[in-house]
Design a protein around this ligand. Sequence first.
Ligand SMILES: Nc1ncnc2c1ncn2[C@@H]1O[C@H](COP(=O)(O)OP(=O)(O)OP(=O)(O)O)[C@@H](O)[C@H]1O
Ligand SMILES: [Mg+2]
Length: 424
Amino acid sequence: MKVLIVEDDVATRKGLESAVRDLGHEPRAVGTAGEAARAIEEFAPDVLMVDVHLPDGDGIEVFRTAREAAPERDGIVITGQASLDSAVEALRAGVSDYLLKPLRPAQLEVVFQRLAARRTLESEVDTLRAELQETGKLGEMISKSAAMARVFEAVRRVARSTAPVLITGQSGSGKEVVARTIHRLSRRASAPFVAFNCGAISLTLIESELFGHERGSFTGADKRRIGYFEESNGGSLLLDEITEMGADLQVKLLRVLEAKTFRRVGGTQDIRVDLRIISATNRDPLEAIKEGKLREDLYYRLNVFPIALPPLTERREDIPLLAEHFRRHIEEQEKAGVKAWDPAALGILEAHAWPGNVRELRNVVHRAYLMTEGDTIAPETVQELLPAVSGKTLQPMKTRRSSDSQALQFRRGGPSGAGYRHRS
Ligand SMILES: Nc1ncnc2c1ncn2[C@@H]1O[C@H](COP(=O)(O)OP(=O)(O)OP(=O)(O)O)[C@@H](O)[C@H]1O
Ligand SMILES: [Mg+2]
């Protein structure tokens, strides 16, 4: 990073200059506000380190002007005499650190590491946004359809905020991908994303999974355990299948969301975490409320920002795009040679009903690839696969709900490997 040091005291100025250089950045140092104005023009610094009192002006003002010209600029105030007024003014101007002289090199190192990390993250987010415009890609999501354009826009908007998000959509329509993308596009991207299936296990276990427990709090609790709420601190927590959550857990969760603190099972200490809750369901939440399966007050807490994913059949123009994306991915994974689409095969996929949505499409593409001997995926191959995987004879696999170990598996890898099985 290019760092402009604005400091009138010669010894401090020289010291800062060499410290910044030692940290691997490119310094330039000046002693007055007037010189700073010229240096900002020519040198175009990424970061300004300014002293508050300069012989010909005010350092915070220097930063403010520099930032007006380039809003992504960062500022560090260094001062000999901290005052509440100048600290408040500095914060208002958008300065990221307010440091007291004399500065220790270690302190400076931490400040610069943090600035660098944030700048990388921001440029990654910019790259992701730019990618969307060009290729119809947003994070892991692919689409060029009008129906999904609304979803993409919602994802980008909400990613910047901290609002709780509720994602609804049929099974396999991409709810988890949306949740991951929101996380990746947010300022929380470098903190963990944790997915948790609310219907997975019994209440005692679920409570301890979510909130953790203290040693000896129940039979079998031989060690302290950190729950997902603590694990995802700073990041995002996906609560999946919220309509499958028991009534007791709903009460507990509502209380935690209202109080913004919780206790580990058997614990006495209130724990506060900073995370974004994303929840998801493949059922109509309003129906679930009517049926008494979902508490209305909890629903309103979770549903600050709703995102409704359209089923695949409402975005048929995405089918060839997704099919090609999965084909390439599978080709890389299976390493069984290049196999291209016969256009007629894509036509068949486009016309299909897809009750299992994008996941079903991915599975069909995978099987079509494996069934193809030559270098072209033929329409007959695709046609033969379709009746076997669609219609009422099939059920999406929901095994994750049935046992503890599977819940953990879900948490690690997500349900991406889930497929379909015949109901016999
Ligand atoms: N827009 C998309 N672009 C690329 N891949 C997608 C898209 N939507 C879904 N997928 C893929 O489809 C599969 C299913 O998506 P996901 O697991 O997010 O669905 P879901 O709605 O959470 O399903 P369920 O209700 O069964 O939990 C995943 O492999 C995912 O990567
Ligand atoms: Mg899911």
